[in-house]
Ligand binder design. Sequence first.
Ligand SMILES: Nc1nc2c(ncn2[C@@H]2O[C@H](COP(=O)(O)OP(=O)(O)O)[C@@H](O)[C@H]2O)c(=O)[nH]1
Ligand SMILES: [Mg+2]
Length: 328
Amino acid sequence: MNKCEGCGAILQSTNPIKEGYIKEFVKNQYLCERCFRIQHYNEYKRVTKENSEFFQNLEQIKQTKALTILVVDLFHMNQNIQEIVKHCSKNLILVFTKRDLLPLSVSDEKLKSYSSVLGISAKETVLISAVKNKGLDELYQLIQTHKTSEHVYVIGYTNAGKSTLINHMIQHYSDFKRTITTSMLSSTTLGMIEIPLSSDFTLVDTPGILEEGNICEFVTLADLKRILPKKEIKPITYQVKQKQSIVIDHLARIDSENNNLTLYFSNQLKIEHFFRKKETNLKPYLIHVKENEDIVILGLGFIQVSKEETLTIYTLPNVSVYTRKRLI
Ligand SMILES: Nc1nc2c(ncn2[C@@H]2O[C@H](COP(=O)(O)OP(=O)(O)O)[C@@H](O)[C@H]2O)c(=O)[nH]1
Ligand SMILES: [Mg+2]
């Protein structure tokens, strides 16, 4: 049974709408049609997968007691991660990735210390930017130190940046000419993909868990492109007074009565400060936030406040909106 090198799905030539489809089997060609199109034409196709299968995967990995690398997107850090940690082996390295997206002025130590807020007791915590090659050497060394068997598993939410990280490891530490498919859509990796990185260990890429309530699942591709930040986020502070709102494109609105709000959102989104309008099609969420907390609109971004207040956040239905301890 051959697997697609890009997404790990089992290759088949019988059903074009099922995963792993390939027109015909050609010797030494192991890329399904979907991966070929994503890799060569930047074409995207949404795939929806059930989480139950992925949680079973995690349990199997846990039982092997192998070293596990949990990849967490710094831009989307929150307590939900416990649902994954529950299924993790104790031999865990925590990777906070996409460091390049958060302001450089924030200290690395501060970001790393957030692992205790999330309640994750990992052997090590590493800050990574795959695209800037930051932290790769440190991670490589830590894998060598902590691995207990040949296989080292890379797990996390979908879109956290697992496959991108592995691709950069391949480029740096092996002679392999291979690229795992990555994309801004969820569920790009569909099966386990083994990458023998050196003679001593094999990295295993895994399909990510879908995080419930993430706005990325509910928007068009055009919106998704603007929601996902591509470079360092420049936070902007607004002094919001009575009957005023901050409007984030057509995706969210924040009604506050008197506060300084610092917004961490993709610079490609249009943010405006208005006198409040009555009508909006978005769904209201009443949020009580303390001075030492952020408000998170899952998948979209987060907001710091200067004082305690009950605000109304409007966004799309089914998107999670909640508070967490301040990240920055
Ligand atoms: N800015 C930035 N983007 C990243 C980084 N790593 C991954 N990404 C982006 O995050 C998205 C998801 O990446 P992917 O590797 O497919 O995630 P996976 O589902 O965890 O395998 C892609 O659009 C990547 O380009 C990083 O270090 N910095
Ligand atoms: Mg992937």
